[in-house]
Design a protein around this ligand. Structure first.
Ligand SMILES: Cc1cc2nc3c(=O)[nH]c(=O)nc-3n(C[C@H](O)[C@H](O)[C@H](O)COP(=O)(O)OP(=O)(O)OC[C@H]3O[C@@H](n4cnc5c(N)ncnc54)[C@H](O)[C@@H]3O)c2cc1C
Length: 506
């Protein structure tokens, strides 16, 4: 069965896809959005997100015009340093071990601010990320409340608000979105992509046009996780959408697209051990547990296994899930004392802590190696040194206990009972391996040539993140390259004339 023709077919209906669809529509293209999920579960991983956007800015003066009137009131009460393009580039490269594609990363960084402004102009509402990491009510009025420069701004009502605002814009524009419509494969004429075959209950429907793939990674697919990420990854909890199965990633590779990036790597973070196995839209990201820099992280053997204070949490959390997965039972315990509990993220309220007056009692209650835990904490406490504790910046309070990882910052003795402990496991967020794209978001084939008629953006594009990740770069990556993909696909359609079937030849 063949459906009517479009100029641009966007596969997926998350952040990357809808930004792409809006851009193509504004360029005059007739756009169809295909979404595998039913309408009530629409929005992909983007809807689960905390919706922090990492972008270049000059501090409060350049952030202010982006914010809603209500959100501007907070500017007098917080401190935010400027976030330069160079620092963004360095943060992204250092978390990726220097492997991120320099050209793609530069483009992401350079277009980050204008993309956030572009989204504001289409109805996305922005606010400061106050209360995400630390509850401002728990900080003395005389003390500064500092937001991380790269993670200072988020969408009002987080991922739920982001997707509601984007769907509103898509609906206002009259763009057709088909739900329950999983793309099944690409339609090819030689190495040209001319459309998408969609799986329906009754058969297949073919839709024609230039194709933008924005259908996410393979994080929800245990078979692919095992195949690419390795043993044990098939068993981890999934923080977000159940629909990102990697189908069109696989189909694009089968059609000759080139794989790129860290196929054995992913974003995975500490998640409450009682979180559901797959993301629940009633909880979104509220089961994440990122306050470990203020405490100790131990395994069932009572041993520490990471430097909890290696860097600001937004530069370590995305690899800490993987470190937890490597521990026995993929389980770990975040332990805090009374000096620190006021600094726990407000979302810890969704968890059930275990409390005890002594470390030995805590170990027994947790049914972990209590003696070893006592030794770990005693050795750690003995190795702490003085200095001022600063919850908002790396304070250089370092401990180097023998036989344990160092703690580079926030190393304060764990000594004020009752002790409070949260059980955590590894939650996968998204996969890093994807399709090779160029700076026009064109998918590159295995011979190094662009595949005519095929573009990609979002999680499905590779070569951005390796090993680790700076918070807030995922949504920006999808939006920056979503705009590029949408514009380029519309341009191709315009060259071809309507109805669009991408012409052959350059
Ligand atoms: C709990 C959580 C918190 C996060 N917080 C942040 C944050 O604060 N900041 C940040 O930058 N990032 C954050 N992320 C990561 C970020 O959400 C994702 O990287 C980003 O949303 C990916 O966007 P996308 O458009 O590429 O994919 P998605 O939003 O996942 O969209 C992909 C869409 O494709 C659909 N789809 C899949 N297969 C098919 C198919 N065959 N046919 C049709 N449709 C298909 C899916 O149903 C989905 O709707 C978070 C993620 C999670 C899970």
């Amino acid at each position: 069965m063949t459906d009517k023709d479009y100029d641009v077919i966007v596969v997926g209906a998350g952040n990357a896809a809808l930004v792409s669809a809006l851009t193509a529509h504004e360029a005059g293209a007739r756009v169809l959005v295909l979404e595998a999920a039913p309408k009530k579960e629409r929005g992909g991983n983007s809807r689960f997100a905390g919706a922090i956007f990492r972008f270049v800015h000059d501090g409060p003066t350049s952030i202010e015009p982006l914010l809603t009137a209500e959100a501007r009131a907070w500017l007098d009460r917080v401190e935010v340093e400027p976030y330069t393009a160079e620092r963004y580039y360095q943060d992204a490269q250092s978390t990726s071990g220097g492997r991120a594609h320099p050209g793609l990363l530069r483009l992401l960084v350079e277009k980050s601010h204008e993309t956030v402004a572009w989204m504001r102009d289409r109805g996305v509402k922005w606010e400061l990320a106050v209360g995400k990491l630390v509850d401002p009510d728990n900080i003395d009025p005389g003390e500064a409340y500092v937001l991380p420069a790269g993670g200072a701004v988020r969408v009002v009502n987080e991922g739920v608000g982001l997707m509601a605002d984007l769907f509103d814009a898509v609906e206002r524009a009259g763009i057709e979105v088909r739900y329950d419509s999983p793309a099944h494969e690409l339609i090819l004429e030689g190495s040209r992509v001319t459309g998408v075959r969609v799986r329906t209950e009754d058969g297949f429907v073919d839709v024609h046009g230039a194709v933008v793939l924005a259908s996410g990674g393979f994080e929800a697919n245990p078979e692919m996780r095992l195949r690419y990420l390795g043993a044990g990854w098939d068993l981890v909890k999934v923080r977000g959408s159940r629909f990102n199965m990697g189908t069109m990633l696989t189909q694009a590779l089968n059609a000759g697209a080139q794989p790129a990036g860290h196929w054995g790597g992913c974003h995975a973070s500490p998640l409450d051990a009682d979180a559901p196995d797959v993301g629940d839209l009633r909880l979104t990201d509220k089961m994440s547990r990122y306050s470990y820099p203020y405490g100790l992280l131990v395994n069932v053997e009572g041993r520490r296994f990471v430097d909890e204070g290696e860097d600001e949490v937004w530069l370590t959390y995305a690899k800490t899930g993987g470190a937890i997965r490597e521990q026995p039972q993929a389980l770990a315990f975040q332990i805090f004392d009374q000096k620190m509990v006021h600094l726990l993220e407000p979302r810890y309220s969704t968890g059930t802590p275990v409390e005890a007056d002594t470390i030995a009692d805590l170990g027994n209650k947790l049914a972990i190696a209590a003696r070893e835990l006592e030794r770990t904490v005693a050795d750690f406490n003995a190795a702490t040194t003085g200095g001022a504790f600063d919850p908002f910046s790396k304070d250089g309070r370092r401990a180097e206990p023998e036989g344990q990882p160092a703690k580079s910052n926030w190393a304060v003795p764990l000594e004020s009972p009752p002790y409070v402990c949260y059980r955590v496991t590894c939650g996968i967020t998204f996969t890093f391996g994807g399709l090779k794209i160029d700076e026009q978001a064109r998918v590159i084939d295995t011979t190094g040539k662009p595949m005519r008629g095929l573009y990609a953006t979002g999680e499905l594009a590779g070569d951005f993140f390796y090993h680790n990740y700076p918070a807030g770069a995922g949504l920006v990556r999808g939006a920056v390259f979503g705009r590029i993909a949408g514009a380029e696909a519309a341009k191709l359609a315009a060259v071809a004339g309507r109805p669009c079937l991408p012409p052959s030849g350059p």
